[in-house]
Design a protein around this ligand. Sequence first.
Ligand code: HEC
Ligand code: HEC
Ligand code: HEC
Ligand code: HEC
Length: 478
Amino acid sequence: MTLPKAPVSASLAFALCALLATFVQCGNGRVAPQDPAPALVVPKDELRLLISGSMQGHLEPCGCASGQLGGLARRLQHIGEQRNYDLLLEGGDLVDGNTELDVQKLFTTTQVLFGEHPYDALGVGPQDLLLPRAEWSAFLAGAPVLTTNLTCADPEWPGKPFVEKAVRGMTVRVASLLLQLPAELDQPEGAVQRTDPAAAWAQAFADAAPATLRVLLAHGDDTTIRALIPALAPAPDLVVGIDRDYIEPSSAPQMVGTVPLLFAGIRGRVLLDVRLSRETAAPRATCELVPLAASKTLPGGGGDPTVKDMLLQHRLQVAKDEIREHLARQRPTPNGAAYVGNAQCRVCHETAFAGWQKSKHAVAWQTLVDAEKDQKRYGWPVTHYPDCVGCHTVGYRQQTGFVSPEVTPELLDVGCENCHGPGSVHVDMGGESKLGLIGGVTPSMLCVQCHDFEQSPTFLYSDFWPKIEHGREPDQRK
Ligand code: HEC
Ligand code: HEC
Ligand code: HEC
Ligand code: HEC
């Protein structure tokens, strides 16, 4: 069902009538007074919402480049400074995996989101559902977790069909729809079941007063969300799309019929500051982006101190629990061979090795060691934090890959095998088996797996390759 778009003049005329009612007999089929005052401002009840989604475990920017955006400490500082958001909404997909590390990230994130400035609603994304259920349910018990079209037999399941809040005489109700279950859970007898999104939406609003503002957090891709919106009755006043491929958030709502649609972006880098109201029948939303740069917060602020302390505790705990070691060697290597370390390659690739040794890749581990000691920038055990170790060592999380500086000293730094793949077979065969590039990708696709838009915003293959250029030895050229 789509509501007809109300002509602006209708609401204006109505407001005028109300305003002039004491002087002029209005309505009764009579025409409104002549010459209305120019640029009359219609008083409007607006709701102010702060929206984000798809944090994917990015509790803080990594610091690999300057000027990075995001982080929970800056976000909560921003909320504390503004103090006038009516509704704080986090879309979901708080994490990006289901390991021991993700469980600890979830714990810390829920403490932050429901601590000092408690969030009003938390959507649930496909990644969240893959977390170990017991921990997920326990950490979120009592939190406003939205699972409008999901059911679960688990009695501890914290999901609710909607949350409602009264704000300055307005009522707003928020629901969350998951348009596709992750493949692992999409089974007829699975613990979590997905129900029809449009039916679940209708049910969630069945007893809502017509004036209630209706907000939807929709987990799915652009096409699926757009196809769903016209099927929703009553029509939403705002739809927020949460889609991991939608990296940058929307700077203005896109209209699907009369319904404003916004995308939340990813990693909590840029938040949406949305003002929402309903004029006669159709909703109206405007949106401003809040990029969470260090300078966004008060001078010297740089993040909410309580949140910063929670993040520090998280990091210390991760180191103490030796999660770096637990996550090591869990996955197969890309080509089935074993990692051997650069020294082995040097034997036959002297020139390439000499070139590598002069490159920054050869100091990638030392960079972490230095960062760890730098109290101003880090001051926490980055060399033990799995997210940092991944791109600054060889083969982390894969069989035979990096475990720790003590166990695998030959696999520190970004080495030959980060790019060419595990070399044991190639070495054993004196170079007779082909290595190529890891995953068989093109060179530039290889680089951006680590040099992504956050770690390396200035990355251009044509600028960066010359700095690490190398090749075959003269005697290997055929
Ligand atoms: C025993 C000598 C030897 C060792 C050790 C060795 N290589 Fe090679 N490598 C060769 C020879 C010989 C060739 C040329 C083979 C050909 O193309 O016929 C070669 C070619 C290559 C090539 C280009 C062809 C291809 O397979 O893609 C790469 C890349 C390469 N080596 C990487 C490495 C890496 C990384 C290591 C260490 C893990 C390593 N090599 C260790 C002898 C060696
Ligand atoms: C496994 C992750 C990884 C991959 C893949 C990777 N890099 Fe890097 N690269 C790094 C890290 C980490 C650093 C930072 C090292 C440091 O400064 O400690 C870096 C630094 C560099 C630098 C130095 C930048 C500067 O500030 O001077 C260049 C150049 C570079 N990489 C080029 C490349 C190119 C070209 C590719 C693809 C062929 C590539 N890298 C692939 C991780 C990677
Ligand atoms: C996705 C891969 C990736 C991850 C994850 C990653 N790094 Fe990096 N890091 C890089 C790359 C690539 C560079 C080089 C960037 C460039 O010069 O363009 C780099 C550079 C750095 C630098 C050098 C910055 C400078 O000012 O010279 C530091 C310090 C650093 N990383 C620390 C960390 C820490 C701490 C973490 C974990 C919180 C981390 N990295 C996680 C890829 C990564
Ligand atoms: C950051 C990624 C990266 C690292 C680290 C790296 N290489 Fe390479 N290597 C490349 C790329 C990219 C090419 C070019 C491939 C192409 O043009 O198809 C290449 C080319 C080569 C070639 C020639 C390949 C051919 O088919 O002619 C050899 C040999 C080689 N590398 C060996 C090494 C050795 C040995 C090391 C370690 C000392 C090393 N590489 C480290 C990315 C890397």
